[in-house]
Design a protein around this ligand. Structure first.
Ligand SMILES: [Zn+2]
Length: 289
């Protein structure tokens, strides 16, 4: 399901006592988890962890894109779910039953994403990748801002709007040729071959994650020695389980998120700072001349 769809569901408040993930014992933890009170020291510790790590995986969620003006749709007041029940518009069943309603709902989001620019956090992660300090980004976001910031190794586990697939003949198309008439006239994209509706390749409710990408994400999580969770509250399964795979490999964890996550207590360092300020500060410390 889409990362931003959990909040208005009945189960949005995950009861941590029922959260049935068994946390492995991590023998490698260097630091006690702490909420950042002296950012400089924490930033240095985080930078040191990154520098001494062999394989760094960054897991990003909606929180990294809010400074770019893309609302976290799980946040109160974003308005989107107060007007629409996501199950009525953004599930696979709803899409097949009433694609017009789906595309009418999606339009605001597509405009929002088209107008957004990568922020300092996206850019800093791309810089870390180019410098060899980040090996892969696993993102729950569908906004493509990591790519636009220059990151190359990005696993979009909830898909993207970059391509569309025909629901009848399964032909895949780049979305570029359909966007203009959709945004300007509300024209629903249709398959040039068979005339059926095209579905954006984003993961809707009731849909599985893209199989190959999800396998790669799991393998990356299992092989990393440092995972940085960046702007994700880790509330949407199965992606929320990836940090556990990292812990099973005795990886270190850094959490950068404004609110509590279930994995905080197992993290080496927890930051509550604004990602667009913190990630560049860490990157600057890592790549210091
Ligand atoms: Zn078709």
């Amino acid at each position: 399901m889409l990362d931003w769809q959990l909040n208005n569901r009945a189960d949005k408040n995950i009861n941590l006592s029922n959260f049935s993930i068994n946390l492995p014992t991590n023998q490698n933890q260097l630091f006690m988890p702490q909420v950042s009170s002296e950012p400089r020291q924490d930033i240095r510790l985080a930078a040191n962890l990154i520098k001494k790590s062999r394989h760094v995986v960054v897991l990003t969620g909606a929180g990294i894109s809010t400074p770019s003006g893309i609302p976290d749709f799980r946040s109160a007041g974003s308005g989107l779910w107060t007007r629409y029940d996501p199950m009525e518009v953004a599930s696979l069943r709803a899409f097949r039953y009433n694609p017009a309603k789906f595309f009418a709902w999606l339009r605001g989001l597509v405009i929002n994403m088209a107008e957004a620019e990568p922020n300092a956090a996206h850019i800093a992660l791309a810089r870390l990748e180019r410098a060899g300090h980040v090996q892969v980004i696993i993102t729950q976001n569908i906004d493509e801002l990591h790519h636009r910031a220059g990151s190359e190794n990005v696993l979009e586990v909830h898909g993207s709007m970059r391509t569309l697939t025909c629901i009848s003949c399964y032909q895949k198309y780049n979305s570029g040729g359909f966007v203009k008439s959709y945004l300007e006239n509300g024209e629903i994209p249709r398959c040039p071959d068979c005339g059926n509706v095209l579905k954006p390749d984003v993961v809707l409710f009731e849909e599985q994650l893209p199989f190959k990408t999800w396998l790669q994400a799991q393998a990356q999580a299992s092989n990393c020695d440092l995972m940085i969770i960046c702007g994700s509250s880790l509330e949407v399964m199965p992606v929320a389980g990836l940090p556990v795979k990292a812990l099973e490999n005795n990886a270190h964890l850094i959490v950068v998120n404004e609110t509590l996550t279930y994995i905080d207590e197992r993290a080496d360092i927890v930051f509550r700072d604004d990602v667009a300020e913190l990630i560049p500060s860490i990157a600057a410390e890592v790549i210091r001349e």
